[in-house]
Design a protein around this ligand. Structure first.
Ligand SMILES: Nc1nc2c(c(=O)[nH]1)N[C@H]1C(S)=C(S)[C@@H](COP(=O)(O)OP(=O)(O)OC[C@H]3O[C@@H](n4cnc5c(N)ncnc54)[C@H](O)[C@@H]3O)O[C@H]1N2
Ligand code: MOO
Length: 393
């Protein structure tokens, strides 16, 4: 059985190169730029007043004659002679030979005579043409993750379309005859299906919006057929359940029948041992264990980084940190453990209820403690590494 690190390396080795697409700026938030962007214009495009006041030339005398007005949106052609000033407003074009704007709080005006009570330094209150960017100068680099500030910057430069890396389309395929929809009356032998809700929520939180949901019974033909359509319609398949060794676990066989090549099956870890990973051309397939907590651990450790990589992100893993154990922990399994835990003020508590069928401990956690297979005992106050689940509490 391969180790966690071997599994991670294999997934990375088989990574699909992010695919550039052009999108409207409104669609570009949380996406990664696929091109360097240079400024198509000077920014600001003309010298602007930063304040409401009076544009002047030099500060040789305290008295000026107001010769006109410049407000935002206008393009007046003023030329100031000695002793002349223009009434000006924030964002308005500064007369071509003015060098300073005096704020209106520092002047007295009588008719068209302006007396300056307090001179600012020369150049004050003017945003010079091109001071942020000159036309053609670099603005944002390929690989930048766009958020609202980047979107504002690009819109402000007049850009309405950008090349970003495409977000992969994801199929969630849940398998199992025992599964029943929440909101129905539970029949004998059945359980409520929860993995698709869990995976959809996790994908939504991570801004993967194109998610298709398929459901199959424990039936080889149906499983094959569903995998066939899911491969045609998506970039990444997440199968839940049916990957273990039971007589009704058909997922592996159905993947092979669809020409999906196995890269690895089973990882020396707990929970999530039966994880399966494969590929067909540029499609990637994860067979996640049916047990909900095992499935979610595999999602955080393997699936999310792979999806983020395919979306062009450079930092793909959950943040790693370390904290001091509040209580000793044991690992007699020889497997790498991922334990639901709560970090607070630098101390970490491993929670009760670690079974891979139990979700309650996950809801109380904000971290996954990683304990290597070779480590049998970790003492109280020993430092352990953990993955920050990013739950924000
Ligand atoms: N003889 C062995 N049996 C099992 C082994 C093994 O090595 N030898 N591994 C165990 C481990 S570890 C896990 S994890 C599970 C994984 O099994 P599958 O991935 O095939 O999943 P299922 O058998 O379909 O389901 C497991 C469990 O999870 C429940 N489940 C399934 N789908 C959902 C869903 N969408 N929502 C909620 N719960 C779901 C299902 O009812 C089962 O209880 O295999 C062990 N067995
Ligand atoms: O890997 Mo299974 O996840 O231990 O229940």
């Amino acid at each position: 059985m391969i180790s966690v690190n071997q599994a991670l390396s294999l997934i990375q080795l088989e990574a699909v190169a992010p695919r550039p697409v052009e999108v409207a700026l409104e669609e570009a938030s949380e996406k990664v730029l696929a091109d360097n962007i240079s400024s198509p214009i000077d920014m600001p495009p003309f010298s602007q007043s930063a304040m409401d006041g009076y544009a002047i030339r030099g500060n040789s005398s305290g008295e000026f004659r107001i010769i006109g007005e410049s407000k935002a949106g206008d393009a007046p052609q003023f030329h100031l002679d000695e002793g002349e000033a223009v009434r000006i407003f924030t964002g308005a074009m500064v007369p071509e030979n003015a060098d300073t704007v005096v704020i209106q709080e520092h002047v007295e005006v009588k008719y068209n005579k302006l007396s300056i009570i307090k001179f600012p330094s020369t150049g004050a209150n003017i945003r010079l043409k091109g001071e942020q960017f000159q036309k053609g100068s670099p603005v944002l680099n390929k690989g930048t993750v766009l958020n609202e500030s980047g979107i504002a910057l690009l819109a402000g430069l007049g850009i309405n379309k950008v090349k970003v890396f495409d977000t992969p389309k994801i199929a969630i395929i849940v398998t199992g005859d025992e599964l029943q929809k929440p909101g129905t009356v539970l029949k004998p032998g059945k359980i409520f299906e929860s993995n698709s809700f869990m995976l959809k929520a996790a994908l939504k939180r991570n801004k993967f919006r194109e998610v298709h949901h398929y459901k199959v019974r424990d039936n080889i033909l149906e499983t094959k057929e569903t995998i066939r359509s899911a491969l045609a319609e998506n970039d990444v398949l997440l199968l839940s359940g049916g990957i273990s060794v039971g007589e009704y676990d058909f997922v592996r066989e159905a993947l092979f029948a669809n020409g999906v090549e196995e890269i690895f099956y089973k990882v020396n870890q707990k929970p999530g041992k039966p994880l399966w990973f494969g590929k067909k051309e540029d499609k990637r397939v994860f067979g996640l264990p049916g047990n909900p907590a095992a499935s979610l651990v595999c999602f955080y450790v393997y699936v999310l980084p792979a999806l983020r990589r395919q979306k062009g992100f450079k930092n793909v893993d959950l943040k790693k940190a370390s904290a001091v154990l509040s209580r000793p922990a044991e690992n007699k399994s020889g497997k790498s453990l991922f334990l639901k835990a709560k970090v607070q003020d630098g101390r970490i508590d491993i929670l009760d209820g670690q079974s891979s069928s139990m979700m309650h401990s996950f809801t109380q956690s904000n971290a996954l403690v990683m304990i290597p297979g070779e480590k049998e005992l970790i003492g109280k106050n020993e430092k352990v590494e953990y993955l920050d689940l990013g739950y924000g509490y």
